[in-house]
Ligand binder design. Structure first.
Ligand code: ADP
Length: 759
């Protein structure tokens, strides 16, 4: 052979033998590179699948490399490496198949079309097993056929996915990978064509034969490019992951900032931040509302313009809070300053904003106006509670005292009233009248005291105010006249009825007339008149006295306020009258010196109840009711009272009106007395005290109501212990009439008339 031809042939052989070694080395390099990339945790799956691909490729190339190296050694006279190639031989096809499949999955993964991990693993193992079976059965032709057909299909197929995913930031890396896979697919197609028609001619086929001839180098280059492409993609993915994580973090920070801002804005408290110099930087909605200024108006102002603390400044407190060892928040009291300069109570906490570049502080302000008002209200409530407890105690004492006083007073009032009428005249009659008047005064004082300490269960009825006024004026007139004062009643033609507790309203009128008579000197006048003001009835008491000094006008309605000398009144008259007016949804007001000739004018205004025709007529002075006569027998009254003097006074009163009188000193005695008498012969009226030794009035009524209900309806309670008996609700439930001690003849007459005649 020509030496030159020999040289070329030698070089040719060397090139053929070295090729697989180069390819093997580049596959090993790629395995190394991917092993190095394993710690890239975010792309771990991608790296693993590619590592699998290159490891499989390296394994398959090991076989070719061993064969080539063996040939070199053999041609140099050595033993060759056929034995090693024979050991690796069965792994060749599994490795080839695994490589193609792993490259396919790897490219799909790079294009973002990742198959589920389990599917991927099962597929890879299955493909490797197929390769192994082929190797075991030595079916190389089948394997070559599969590889030749599948390889171009896989590479062209995944190239499609890669190109379609190559958009946005992934464009460059994926396009590169797409080009390389296409190149690889083209190479594989060339091998396939060359295998199918090894002897075809023509320039294209010549080119294909050439490619096929240098396949080892083509593979090596394509392999290296594929490796580089994948590395580019993986690095790019990792880089994108970093960017994405960064963006995510920025978004999270912005979101938390928005959230924080929303929380601050939603707070009811005023939240204000300021810089190191104390200039306001930011104020929330709460601050704007609390301080009554626009948000812009606060920015730039010193913090001292909204918080006034006479001792340490807010800045001092901020520094103090910073150096304090314990981190507990301290609340400081101060005055807040509104935009219009108004000051209001606040409390605030202060903290430091730990921002190295822009240090400053934050205050959280809470408005205490409402809290303080509530505190004051609560204190007032507690004070009132204490007062009402005190009043309750006083009430019990007063009630007890009144009970003791009422019995003797009932006797004095009742007896003197009856005696005045029967006395012959002259000095005796005047003296008796004075006794009666003063006893009556004492009675009023006790009533005022009782009205002041108790909650009165008023017994309302619809009445004609004219009757009430006339009756009160006529009972008060003798006392006024005795002082040389003219007491007149001025009644209009048309009046409206009122729905009231008559004895309570009478009590008010008596108090007002009494006060007026006290204020007017002898020769003066007191006038009581009725005025209709739309839907209200006004009962007016005015006098010709000096009126009330201006400084005292606001005081006269206060309880226990009096200018009268000791013993002439406890100073409760007006305050009790005021309370009674309010209880009736009315009012009591004073017009001091409204016109010349009038000193004081008190106006009791009450809601009208309708036309007066509908109102029950209230006799000015009822004659004492005569006893009913049944079966020719004169009606009887049973008087039950443990006080013999009270019984005696009442007995005298009834006897004079023609009644037969029975007496009992307790409930038990009365029951015994009544038991043998039939209902038809029993007393027509039973006057019963409430508190008696042994069986009291309440128990007596209960027993009678159970055993002899007809008699229970004839009971009139005469009580000196008004607080307990009225508040127990028992009297109201019984439906019986009640007369309070000390009573007047008219009050007894009225109760008897209602019980016997029903009116
Ligand atoms: P009292 O009659 O026990 O003093 P009141 O509450 O009825 O208690 O009256 C309080 C005070 O109001 C009286 O002490 C008196 O100074 C003043 N006052 C009441 N009515 C008149 C009046 N018509 N003219 C002048 N002062 C009056």
């Amino acid at each position: 052979m020509h030496p030159q031809v020999q040289a070329v042939s030698g070089l040719f052989k060397a090139v053929l033998v070295i090729g697989p070694v180069v390819e093997w080395a580049s596959a090993l390099l790629l395995v190394g590179a991917f092993v190095l990339m394993l710690p890239l945790s975010s792309q771990r799956r991608l790296v693993v699948v590619w590592l699998t691909a290159w490891a499989a490729q390296a394994l398959s190339l090991t076989y070719s490399a061993f064969e080539s190296i063996g040939q070199i050694i053999h041609s140099a006279g050595g033993p060759g490496l056929g034995i090693w190639a024979a050991i690796i031989g069965p792994f060749y096809w599994p490795a080839r198949f695994l490589f193609i499949a792993a490259v396919g999955f790897g490219c799909l993964a790079a294009a973002g079309r990742r198959a589920p991990v389990r599917v991927e693993r099962i597929a890879l193992v299955a493909i490797a097993v197929v390769g192994l079976l082929i190797g075991i059965f030595d079916a190389d032709y089948l394997a070559i056929a599969i590889e030749s057909i599948v390889t171009p299909l896989v590479f062209f197929g995944v190239a499609q996915f890669i190109f379609s995913a190559a958009v946005g930031p992934r464009f460059r890396g994926l396009t590169f990978l797409g080009v390389v896979t296409t190149l690889y697919g083209t190479l594989a197609t060339c091998y396939l064509i060359d295998q199918l028609s090894p002897r075809s001619t023509g320039s294209l086929m010549t080119l294909i034969h050439l490619v096929r001839f240098s396949s080892v180098y083509g593979d090596a280059i394509a392999l290296a490019l594929l490796g580089v492409g994948v590395i580019v993609v993986i690095v790019q993915e990792a880089f994108l992951d970093v960017i994405e994580a960064h963006e995510k973090r920025i978004r999270a920070v912005a979101e938390s900032e928005f959230r924080l801002n929303d929380i601050i804005q939603a707070a009811q408290e005023a939240i204000i931040t300021f810089d190191a110099g104390g200039q306001i930087e930011l104020a929330n909605e709460g601050a704007v509302l609390l301080l009554g200024v626009g948000p812009g108006a606060l920015v730039g102002q010193p913090i001292s313009a909204v918080i006034d603390r006479p001792t340490e400044s807010v800045l001092d407190l901020m520094h103090e809070a910073e150096v304090r060892a314990n981190r507990d928040l301290i609340t400081y009291p101060a005055s807040g300053i509104r935009g219009d300069g108004e000051r209001f109570p606040i409390e605030f906490t202060v903290g430091r904003l730990r921002n190295a570049e822009k240090p400053g502080g934050v205050v959280v302000i809470r408005d205490l106006t409402l809290q303080q008002a509530m505190l004051a209200e609560r204190e007032e409530f507690e004070r009132k509670m204490a007062e009402s407890e005190k009043m309750l105690a006083i009430g019990r004492v007063v009630s007890g005292v009144a009970h003791e006083l009422n019995n003797p007073l009932a006797v004095v009032v009742g007896e003197s009233e009856q005696l005045v009428e029967s006395a012959p005249g002259g000095e005796v009659r005047t003296g008796l009248r004075t006794i009666h008047e003063q006893a009556n005064r004492a009675r009023h004082i006790i009533r005022d005291l009782l009205a002041f300490v108790r909650h009165r269960d008023d017994q309302r009825e619809e009445i004609n105010p004219v009757h009430l006024v006339e009756r009160t004026v006529s009972t008060q007139r003798p006392a006024a006249e005795a002082r040389g004062i003219t007491l007149t009643a001025d009644i209009p033609d048309r009046v409206l009825a009122i729905r009231v507790d008559p004895s309570a309203i009478e009590q008010v009128l008596v108090n007002l007339i009494d006060n007026a008579c006290e204020a007017v000197p002898a020769g003066g006048a007191v006038r009581v008149c009725i005025r209709i003001a739309r839907d209200r009835v006004e009962l007016i008491v005015e006098d010709s006295g000096p009126g009330i000094p201006e400084s005292l006008v606001g005081k006269v309605f206060e309880p226990f306020y009096t200018t009268k000398e000791t013993g002439r009144g406890p100073g409760l008259g007006l305050s009790v009258s005021f309370g009674i007016a309010e209880q009736h949804d009315g009012s009591l007001r004073l017009e001091n010196r409204p016109q010349s000739g009038i000193g004081a004018r008190f106006i009791l205004s009450l809601p009208a109840a309708g036309p007066v025709a509908a109102a029950a007529s209230m006799a000015t002075r009822r004659p004492f009711p005569s006893p009913p006569i049944s079966n020719g027998k004169v009606g009887e009254v049973l008087l039950i009272d443990d006080e013999p003097a009270v019984r005696a006074t009442l007995a005298k009163l009834f006897r004079r009106a023609g009644w037969e009188v029975l007496e009992a000193a307790s409930g038990r005695e009365a029951i015994d007395l009544l038991s043998p008498i039939a209902d038809s012969d029993a007393p027509a009226v039973i006057l019963c005290d409430l508190k008696m030794p042994g069986m009291g009035g309440e128990e007596f009524h209960r027993q009678i109501a159970r055993q002899r209900p007809a008699l229970a309806k004839r009971v009139i309670f005469v009580t000196g212990d008004v607080v307990e008996s009225l508040s127990s609700g028992f009297i109201a439930a019984s439906g019986c009439q009640v007369v309070e001690k000390p009573f007047t003849v008219a009050e007894i007459a009225r109760a008897v008339s209602v019980t016997v005649n029903g009116r």
